[in-house]
Write a protein that binds this ligand. Sequence first.
Ligand code: UDP
Length: 464
Amino acid sequence: MAPGEANTATAGAPARRRRVLLFPLPYQGHINPMFQLAGLLHARGFAVTVFHARFNAPDPSRHPAYGFVPVPDGLPAGTPETVAATMEHILAVNTSCEAPFRERLAALLAAPGARDEVACLVADAHLLALVRVARRLGVPTLVLRTGSAACFRNFLANPVLCEKGYLPVGAESQLDAPVRELLPYRVRDLMGANSRSRHEHELMCELLSRAVEAVRSSAGFVLNTFDALEADDLAATRRDLAGVPVFDVGPLHKLSPASSSSLLQQDRSCLHWLDAQAPASVLYISFGSLASMSGEDLAEAAWGVANSGQPFLWALRPGLARGAALPDGFAAATGGRGLVVGWAPQEEVLAHGAVGGFWTHGGWNSAMEGACGGVPMLCRPCFGDQMGNARHVEHVWRAGIALDGGVLERGAVEAAVRRLMRGEEGEGMRGRARELRSRAAAAVADGGSSRLCVDKLVNHILWL
Ligand code: UDP
């Protein structure tokens, strides 16, 4: 048996099942951790088959060792542009993939020897319909949630928070009220705090309760986090999910063998540009794969960065500001100290010594990648779990600043960039970010908490 391989053969015992099926939710922030988990399990001796929607389909040529089963979804191309449309899209992925997934999974299971080979399906927590399909066909299911443990506690608490009147938010004045059941969240940090209509509120409640059902009915719950980052939230999650084993195996991108699952072409030239910059001098800016901003906010962000005088690398995704471009004069004003690319190799950028700060929308992958890079963060959350993540970055990790809601204003941006990148306050945040990096490194080192959890996960799957 190769080192690290799944232990399948004890003398006289039946061979254990060693093929894992995966189904990611088809968005970048969900695809990356699912493929990282795939890489991890493959390195431990499992064969991997990825079922996937046609929408945002992965590129099989990047993962020649895996099987791929496309599942027709009939969904229109193009990323949903509003929060409500994104939630509706998640439900539509469930509905439209359900029947074709059933057919394809049944066909796979009907192949000779398949029943003895398939150990389980690992599905994204937002794919309840597909979890149910697998279970009805006799395949055990594990669920991967790509957010934090704290965020999942918010999922669990949502019905109580609605019952107690925190949600839907009635008046602006409620936004800063502490949520006693979920400290240190304030109302504004909750999933759904910025729902703009009864319809959006109901969609959010439905998404959260479906994810909780997927997790509660699963044979195991995988989280991309680690004990030294979220010890209390993990302990509370384990208490709440009595009976469902929880595997905190993050940061997955540090544990998994590298292989990119980026949907967009990453511009690697920016790594050479970073090589020529002074240590910890560059502000890296990226708002992830889904968040959007108005043309006005983009202009204010740009002038704030320009006026700060700070060197920067901006991963300005096409579509971020729905067609709006950087303002006239911005390139001339920042010439020589800034680089703008469409999409960056973010994990490598954040691990680069020249990067000294990260302006992020606060997606969980970005927050983890920033923490693992030891980089303090300026968070400008837009929706979903981003507000709660920003709250943790600022208030719990004390490794960054949250630029809460409202319209962006160049003076506020300039001041925040200066606080993050310079002076004693910036140094303090950088020091705490580096402490997070050390804790992440310890979690994935031999004997570290996440590595031990991977061992447990491997054994758990083998004995399902
Ligand atoms: N990402 C990237 N290049 C970029 C910006 C982002 O590869 O220029 C990756 C990033 O490393 C992360 C993912 O896209 O893994 C974004 O996930 P996150 O949870 O941060 O945000 P989402 O896109 O889901 O809002």
